[in-house]
Ligand binder design. Structure first.
Ligand code: HDD
Length: 703
């Protein structure tokens, strides 16, 4: 009887053979065109059968001697490494940083010496609280970690998309993170701060109030990584060749302007596409629309720092841009996705203490604590002190040292000498001139555990932030606070938060209290320093005030039906693409539709899989019968009513009116509804979209 052995079809040769490794010293077997490489074990033994374990007889027990099976399963069983304790969910990309002009006057950092110098970079964006598999549109801070492979060593600028932080001293970091993540007895909620533990801790930490205003704002629900700012947060130092120090704050500004989504949209995006942010970055880079940021710096000296009544060492404070203008010093372009997520994005190790000569730290106690923490976390996560040998972490400049051995050492010193000084004239030596010199600040004092008086004002800048927002943005803060606190089950915590809000803005506190149903207004929280009410608003803090000039980089969703006008469709496509935006087609069936002239229009999404929350603006390009049919579908009605409720611009053909009506949207409701009839209207529609949202509609839709 013939042996029944199930084998898979041999996979056709891809021609790229990326998974064929060159053995140590061995030459790669050259594959002929069309030849498929032979599957091997990790040790190179060719495999004859990858479908069946080795057994005694067809139905007998499996044999321990099956080393191929053991090799395969052993490796699989060890695939996971611990996820990051914070910022577990992240997405990275490669690119370069290009220096505009020499900053030699301020810093000896090699990266800032020559105009036009290009430095390779790897950037990892992340959320903070959620686990590795959580959704992208959590209300959360976004990590903005940049590794610059400079010619004098790696510089890690490990920042966030928010310029301040919750706490002033690193000793509170474990408490902050414990309180923010899932509650330990129940292990929920996932990736959200809307729970008792978080607000309990926050309401007991008045220093967090400025940051709270930021995370309750739209900054915490960005539309895309591409449309958010990044901040080094702390005050750092530039140090010149003459050892002169200048304080510096780093700010990344997105070339496409800032943009966020609204909360109701974020909730729906998380269901429709939990990978919304990573998909956005992937698609932009793969299609050649490389995202770009400008690096700007705020430079100042000690006298300037002393002119404030807050402390520039306090990470809960900003220096408003209107008081100290950020100077553009270079641009960051992301132009390549990693070849492998794990090898690069997961194994990349950022550490604030990685700074090249010419960049130094200030005494910010949060930064000092971070400089201590990041090394430990990399050892824990990556498992060996040799994590710097991983290609993503290794410097790209020459390096030479006597570190050796340890788990997984890929490189060891060569030759007899593995120490210095040595009499053999071998190996590298220190260089007082070229080497890193810490800024020789004069430090003196008693050992104390104290918070400086200059760190005592917790409310003035929270108020400054709130006062600098446009009315829709202020409304969003009110709604976010109300939503989050409504999930807090302990009334005393809700009231304690309102007592803090009273020190920020009385109307804000009163509205939140009213929306939470708090009947008796609490007294304002004790403030160590009376909040200032004379700070000039800073328009730079608003997203809406700093939106894009064009609709470039954004996405239009076009809902089509059979019988549409193919010429109009093409005109719209041309207008959208001319603007640098992208158009995606949604239809009842993913197979697409037939236009009136018989042309086929392919769809990217079927209506249930392509809700309007995935797009920045929508168009209803429908024939009358098409609209009648779609009007019976809940998903099509939601497509329209959500786009309207989220204040998006809606283009529509006259045939689409039946669907608008069924979705409860008046075709003449406001100027955000635009009739499309010809080329001119297609262009007019795209121009209108540059505003991104018609915020004036928001009061009417009352989301
Ligand atoms: Fe942190 C990761 C940013 C305070 C300790 N942090 C981490 C990442 C970012 C930041 C972007 C992810 C890096 C990546 O993508 O791999 N962290 C910040 C900012 C802070 C901050 C902007 C305040 C200004 N962090 C902070 C403090 C501590 C840490 C005060 C501890 C004392 N952070 C860590 C960490 C992590 C980390 C535990 C987890 C994973 C990692 O380092 O590599 O060490």
């Amino acid at each position: 009887m013939a042996q029944s052995r199930q084998r898979s079809e041999r996979r056709p040769a891809s021609g790229r053979n990326q998974n064929v490794e060159r053995g140590n010293g061995g030459e790669l077997h050259q594959l002929a065109e069309g030849e498929t490489p032979v599957l091997t074990t990790a040790l190179g033994t060719p495999v004859s059968d990858d479908q069946n374990t080795l057994k005694i007889g067809e139905r007998g027990p499996s044999l321990i001697e099956d080393s191929h099976f053991r090799d395969k399963i052993f490796h699989f069983d060890h695939e996971r490494i611990p996820e990051r304790v914070v910022h577990a969910r992240g997405y990275g990309a490669h690119g370069y940083f290009e220096t505009y002009e020499s900053l030699a006057k301020y810093t000896r950092a090699d990266i800032f010496q020559r105009a036009g110098e290009k430095t390779p970079v790897f950037v990892r964006f992340s959320t903070v609280a959620g686990n590795k598999g959580s959704f992208d549109l959590a209300r959360d801070v976004r990590g903005f970690a940049v590794k610059l492979y400079t010619k004098e060593g790696n510089w890690d600028l490990v920042g966030n998309n928010i310029p301040v932080f919750f706490i002033q001293d690193a000793i509170k970091f474990p408490d902050l993170i414990h309180a923010a993540k899932q509650e330990p007895d129940r292990d929920f909620p996932q990736a959200q701060t809307a729970h008792d533990n978080f607000w309990d801790f926050i309401s007991l930490m008045p220093e967090s109030m400025h940051m709270i205003m930021w995370i309750m704002s739209d900054r915490a629900i960005p539309r895309s990584f591409r449309f958010m700012q990044g901040f080094g947060v702390h005050t750092f130092r530039f140090v010149s060749a003459d050892d002169e120090s200048t304080f510096v704050k780093f700010i990344w500004k997105p070339k496409l302007g800032m943009q966020s989504v609204v909360w109701n949209e974020a909730v729906k995006i998380n269901g429709a596409d939990p990978d919304f942010h990573r998909r956005d970055l992937w698609e932009a880079i793969q299609s050649g629309n490389f995202p770009e940021w400008e690096l700007t710096v705020q430079l100042f000296d000690q006298d300037f720092a002393d002119s404030f009544d807050f402390d520039v060492l306090d990470a809960t404070k900003i220096i408003p841009e209107e008081i100290l203008k950020p100077i553009p010093v270079g641009r960051l372009v992301l132009d390549r996705m990693p070849d492998n997520f794990f090898a690069e994005t997961e194994q990349v190790a950022f550490m604030t203490q990685n700074v090249p000569p010419g960049i130094d730290f200030s005494n910010d106690p949060l930064l000092q604590g971070r400089n201590f923490s990041y090394l430990d976390t990399q050892l824990k996560r990556l498992g060996s002190p040799n994590f710097t040998h991983l290609p993503i972490n290794a410097p790209k400049c020459p390096f030479a040292h006597f570190q050796q051995d340890g788990h997984m050492a890929m490189r060891n010193p060569v030759g007899r000498a593995n120490y210095e000084p040595n009499s053999w004239g071998m190996g590298p030596r220190e260089d007082p001139q070229r080497g890193y010199r810490s800024f020789a600040d004069a430090e003196q004092g008693q050992k104390v555990r104290l918070r400086a008086e200059s760190f005592a004002d917790h409310y003035s800048q929270a108020r400054l932030f709130f006062n600098s927002q446009t009315p829709p943005e202020q409304r969003h803060i009110v709604m976010a606070l109300t939503f989050e606190l409504s999930k807090v089950q302990t009334p005393a915590i809700r009231e304690r938060m309102v007592s803090h809000l009273l020190n920020i803005d009385e109307a804000l506190a009163a509205t939140v209290a009213d929306k939470l149903g708090i009947r008796k207004m609490p007294s304002p929280a004790d403030a160590a320093v009376p909040p200032r009410d004379d700070l000039e608003p800073s328009p730079a803090l608003s997203i809406i005030n700093n939106g894009p000039e064009s609709f470039g980089g954004r996405k239009v969703g076009v809902l089509v039906s059979d019988g549409v006008d193919a010429a109009l469709f093409e005109q719209l496509r041309t207008a959208v693409e001319k603007e640098g935006a992208v158009m995606e087609v949604v239809a009842a069936k993913v197979g697409g539709v037939d236009a009136a002239d018989g042309t086929q229009i392919e769809a990217r999404h079927m209506i249930d899989g392509g809700p309007s929350v995935l797009f920045d603006a929508v168009v209803l390009m429908l024939s009358e019968p098409g609209a009648e049919l779609l009007a019976k579908e809940a998903a099509a009605k939601d497509f329209v009513s959500d786009a309207f409720a989220h204040c998006k611009f809606i283009g529509f053909t006259s045939g689409a009116e039946a669907l608008l009506a069924k979705a409860g949207v008046d075709a003449d409701a406001d100027e955000g509804l635009i009739r499309l009839e010809s080329n001119k209207t297609a262009e007019k529609f795209v121009q209108a979209c540059r505003k991104l949202r018609l915020w004036a509609r928001e009061a009417a839709v009352k989301l």
